[in-house]
Design a protein around this ligand. Structure first.
Ligand code: SF4
Length: 284
């Protein structure tokens, strides 16, 4: 007998529409009064940061699907807590500080996932935890590494805390299959997690460059100037100086006078919470 599979009917949903109604709104967290920018904006397009600094309402707020993804990330963090508690109960050589607030440069502010003190080694370690889907996780452990935005964010935090080490830890919301992991040489823990360790010679220059960029954007906002839509100089995917000229598609170009030096497309515009505003601003 054939398997009976009723059609998936988007017009006839009993549960999902109610879930979708619940997961709506903006995810823009507030800033302390004295701060102008957040460490979590690191690596974003400068125009998007400008909109954030100016407090422009999100024209493209997170969708229910985005809230679902963010919720899964929160669940992973909660899932982690008993394991961290057990570690601290059984290992007195480590002192853990969670949810640490930190000042970044003159006007920045950040919320660090974890700061570890290792008194015996006289070391301080800043840990940036990131959850990620299975596809992104696979890419990251096969040479791509963590997203540049995660490295910049972690660098800002490690620099502001004068840390000896920055650890970016990826936790995947989907497991790699045992067969794939074995074939690629990853062990059991490597099926859902990976760590990248960075020393100050790497993270301090990155942090200093990103603080300079944030403060430049802040200066432009304060003096009423528009900021060109560009990315961090250290961004490995878009050359320094390239400007996004089509926010509707993410198309960027790098020019020198009339000479075109390069062009490409970034995915970031299609995930930007100010895309519609940006497209309209560009047209006007
Ligand atoms: S749509 Fe693109 S260019 Fe415009 S603010 Fe967002 S990321 Fe920047």
């Amino acid at each position: 007998m054939d398997k009976l599979v009723p059609p998936v009917d988007a017009e006839n949903r009993l549960i999902l529409n109610r879930v979708g109604e619940f997961f709506t709104g903006s995810d823009a967290p507030s800033l302390p009064d004295e701060a102008k920018w957040r460490g979590s904006w690191a690596g974003s397009c400068s125009r998007q940061i400008e909109y954030n600094m100016r407090g422009v309402e999100q024209s493209d707020p997170p969708s229910p699907a985005d809230f679902w993804r963010m919720g899964l990330g929160s669940i992973v963090h909660e899932h982690l807590n008993p394991a961290l508690d057990h570690w601290l109960d059984t290992d007195k050589s480590v002192i853990l500080h969670e949810e640490v607030r930190t000042q970044i440069g003159p006007n920045g502010w950040g919320h660090i996932d974890m700061v570890l003190e290792l008194p015996e080694q006289d070391q301080k370690v800043v840990v940036e935890l990131k959850t990620i889907n299975g596809t992104g996780f696979k890419r990251s452990i096969q040479g791509q590494g963590p997203r540049h935005s995660a490295l910049l964010q972690g660098s800002l935090y490690a620099n502001s805390e004068n840390a000896d080490l920055l650890v970016i830890c990826y936790l995947a919301v989907e497991l790699l299959s045992p067969g794939w992991a074995t074939a690629k040489g990853f062990d059991n823990l490597g099926r859902f997690g990976a760590e990248w360790h960075y020393t100050p010679d790497v993270f301090v220059p990155l942090a200093e460059q990103e603080i300079k960029r944030m403060e430049w954007i802040n200066e432009c906002v304060t003096t009423g100037q528009r900021v060109p839509p560009m990315f961090s100089e250290s961004d490995p995917d878009i050359p320094a100086g390239a400007v996004i000229n089509q926010p509707a598609t993410g198309a960027w170009s790098l020019t020198d006078g009339n000479q075109l030096l390069g062009r490409g497309t970034t995915w970031q515009c299609n995930y930007c919470s100010h895309q519609t505003t940006c497209v309209n601003d560009q047209e006007n």
